[in-house]
Write a protein that binds this ligand. Structure first.
Ligand code: ZN
Ligand code: MN
Length: 262
């Protein structure tokens, strides 16, 4: 049974070797250990990309590597900031090295199709750097057919899904931290981890168009949630998942020239 699992962690080395022979797409979810308000767990940015990556991988005959569970430092305007208790972040150089090393390890074992599947906005440029350096490493090794895709699953949300999530109009994706989208998808996938009685409802944070360091924490809502999560629902979460999973699978099938299986 495990030999057909999408999770690399569930496979034996024999299963892994056999699966890699078929040139699968290998997904590396990346997240963070980061405060997500009084109602969502610190692992939200790991739980969501892992779940979406597994669903997409199942459609493409792909494999999901164990995730990179720590991410780059939480920024006030997109994650509430790095000062909240329980937000455990990496320096950029450590994060880049870690992801670069994992890509090189996958490539060493014959993987040629990698998807950096992000769940934490602050990781994005460091994922680009890790991909660039790993490609350089592989060219030096004589490997010229490694292809890497970097994506954030929320970037696939269509205008129609956006309208279902925010009938009144949305503030901005940055201010969505621990708000309607993440709360809805968690209510759909892991209701056991959502403190429904603690879902916050307050106006969206308002930041100046510049950054001062050390950061002025005054505009950051004290609960770490950047806009109201009140309109969240499990139904909205299901709408997001049912739309993004097939859309991401279709895009990757195109990029990598793979048929979708389901
Ligand atoms: Zn998040
Ligand atoms: Mn985050």
């Amino acid at each position: 049974m495990p030999q057909s699992s999408v999770r690399i962690a569930d496979l034996t080395w024999y299963d892994f070797a056999a699966r890699v022979k078929d040139d699968p797409i290998v997904f590396l979810p990346t997240g963070s250990v980061e405060q997500h308000g009084p109602h969502l767990p610190l692992f939200t940015d790991v739980i969501l990309p892992v779940a979406v990556a597994e669903a997409v991988a199942a459609k493409l005959g792909g494999l999901v590597a164990p995730p990179v569970t720590y991410g780059y430092k939480s920024q006030p305007k997109s994650g509430g900031g790095n000062h909240f208790p329980g937000t455990l972040s990496l320096d950029a150089s450590v994060f880049i090295s870690l992801v670069r090393n994992i890509i090189n390890e996958l490539a060493r074992h014959g993987v040629r199709k990698v998807v950096l599947f992000d769940g934490h906005m602050e990781n994005q440029w460091f994922l680009v750097e890790a991909a660039d350096l790993a490609l350089r490493d592989q060219r030096a090794e004589g490997v010229h057919d490694l292809k890497i895709v970097k994506l954030g699953y929320w970037e696939f949300i269509t205008k129609a899904t956006e309208a279902a999530l925010f009938p009144e109009g949305m503030p901005s994706w940055e201010l969505e931290h621990a708000a309607v989208m993440e709360t809805s998808v968690m209510l759909h996938l892991r209701p056991d981890l959502v403190r429904v009685d603690k879902i916050p409802d307050h106006p969206a944070a308002s930041f100046p168009p510049y950054d001062v360091y050390p950061f002025d924490t005054t505009p950051i809502p004290p609960d770490g949630v950047l806009s109201s999560a009140k309109p969240a629902s499990a139904e909205k979460g299901a709408i997001v998942i049912e739309q993004v999973v097939p859309d991401i699978a279709a895009s990757l099938a195109k990029v990598f020239g793979k048929p979708t299986e389901a």
